[in-house]
Design a protein around this ligand. Structure first.
Ligand code: BG6
Length: 489
């Protein structure tokens, strides 16, 4: 159980607060996982009473909580812990400070504070400076949760970090990558390091290659302003996708604690061979969706969206071939891809093993045999499956691939917590294991910055792919050159 504390959400009326943070806090309250003395202070620019704020959030929770309908008793006691402060200008911070001190006196929260930056990123620096200037930290512990994007490149990420560190120590800064809070993502660590049978084959001797896919059927409809600048590389590859790769490729940490786990992840990120401009053709591919169909319904292409300039070269699809240059993985390609408007939502990691050194069975018998593959399905249909060859029950030898399957829903009859529940609770407890450290963020930018720069400034435009297909033809060629093909999740 976290200690009594006050959580201050900057951007308390924004989209993230309504869609993710409040529903997650309500779900934690429902499970009685919040401390008895706990209050959420929403900070926004508009004027609003506490009653109006609560009514607005009641709607958000009803729409986005994972347990619907809303339990009225739980809601009532949760709503009592919600309060709103309007901060329009610098003087507003003095009011905020007074309110926080009052809450400490009334509730016995002893100046323990969790700040949450849920505003557009442009507001991060001024808010952090104001927290410092007005000494909002209180007398107890103070932590700050920062939403991605952490900068837009290496230089801005470092500058943001410097500002944060003017007011907070690195171990008080919690950078959220919500993928790390997903149950199945945490399970990568359990699968690898709580079992003894997988680790011996988890290396270049046995693994032919790894494929990591983060596919979405959604487009970018209402986020064009942000997305047109960010693109698929900054939006998902730089963070979620590289974090998945780090978890798959890392060495066993010496302990399950924040620094030990992050030390190992950062070593992987550092070992990724840089993609130089001259390697781009061979190691990176991009695309941009055109009009097409998703589940039979027509959808517009990226260029047809309002606010997207006709000459926009923003990529909505990225495929990369990465190498982790270390003892364990030397020479084993990691093919990673992410795209919007692909045929379906599917995130998975597929470890494809090498074929046997010598074939005992005839080519005919082996026709239905596919390579041994271990697939970690992150979402949906969370689970893990291992594909292997089995004899078809007929006379003579015929082999077909079959799967051993672990399905979360069937093995555990409880709903997994939402990633934000897990991460908020961890931040309240002060456990940073599932948050990214500054050195990880920097390595991630170091890898993607040159690719983005070359793509955005070069003369070529991203090849188009029809919405509802698995990316541009170039993406298939890209992997086919190595004699391999993308899996169909
Ligand atoms: C966010 C990106 O970080 O992750 C979105 O900004 C993306 O563009 C989302 O859709 C994917 O998250 P999830 O949890 O839906 O897989």
């Amino acid at each position: 159980m976290p200690e009594p504390s006050v959580m201050v959400i900057f951007g308390g009326t924004g989209d993230l607060a309504s869609r993710k943070l409040m529903p997650a806090l309500y779900d934690l309250a429902r499970q009685r996982l919040l401390p008895s003395a706990f209050v959420v202070v929403g900070v926004g620019r508009g004027e609003m009473t506490d009653a109006e704020y609560r009514a607005q959030l009641r709607d958000a929770v009803a729409r986005h909580s994972r347990s619907r309908p809303v339990d009225e008793d739980v809601w009532r006691s949760f709503a009592e812990r919600l309060t709103y402060v309007s901060v329009r200008a610098e003087e507003g911070y003095a009011d905020l400070r007074r309110r926080l001190e009052q809450l400490d006196r009334d509730l016995g929260t002893e100046g323990d504070r969790l700040f949450y930056l849920a505003t557009p990123p442009a507001a991060y620096v001024p808010i952090v400076r104001s927290i410092g200037r007005h000494d909002l930290r209180g007398g107890g512990w103070a932590r700050i949760v920062v939403e991605k994007p952490f900068g837009r490149d290496l230089a801005s990420a470092t500058a943001l970090s410097r500002t944060l560190q003017e007011v907070f120590d690195e171990d008080e800064i919690f950078r959220i990558d919500h993928y790390l809070g997903k149950e199945t993502v945490q399970n990568i660590l359990v699968f690898r390091f709580a079992n003894s049978i997988f680790e011996p084959v988890w290396n270049r001797r046995y693994v032919d290659h790894v494929q990591i896919t983060v596919a979405e059927s959604l487009g970018v409809d209402d986020r064009t302003e942000y997305y047109d600048e960010a693109g698929a590389m900054r939006d998902v590859v730089q963070n979620h996708l590289l974090q998945l790769l780090a978890l798959v490729a890392m060495e066993p940490p010496i302990a399950f604690d924040a620094n030990a786990v992050r030390d190992e992840k950062v070593k992987v990120l550092r070992a990724i061979r840089p993609i130089r401009e001259e390697d781009l053709g061979e190691r990176a591919v991009r695309g941009q969706y055109g009009p097409g169909f998703i589940e039979g319904d027509p959808v517009a292409g990226y260029h047809a969206l309002p606010e997207v300039a006709p000459e926009s070269k923003t990529e909505t699809y990225v495929g990369l071939k990465l190498f982790v240059d270390n003892w364990r993985w030397e020479g084993t390609p990691f093919y990673v891809r992410h795209g919007k408007r692909l045929p379906k939502r599917a995130t998975e990691i597929a470890i494809q093993f090498r074929s046997v050194p010598h074939h005992l069975f005839s080519e005919d018998a082996r026709q239905g045999l596919e390579p041994n593959t271990l697939v970690v399905r992150i979402q949906p249909e969370e689970g893990i499956s291992l594909k292997f060859g089995a004899k078809v029950p007929v006379q003579g030898i015929r082999i077909r691939s079959v799967a051993m399957d672990f399905v979360y829903g069937a093995s555990f009859l409880v709903d997994a917590p939402d990633a934000y529940e897990t991460l908020l609770l961890d931040a309240l407890r002060g456990d940073a294991t599932l948050f990214t450290r500054q050195d990880e963020v920097e390595e991630q930018w170091r890898l993607v910055d040159p690719i983005i720069a070359a793509w955005r400034t070069g003369p070529d435009v991203p090849p188009a792919y029809p919405a509802g297909t698995w990316g541009p033809a170039e993406a298939d060629l890209f992997i086919a050159r190595d004699g391999r093909r993308w899996r169909q999740p």
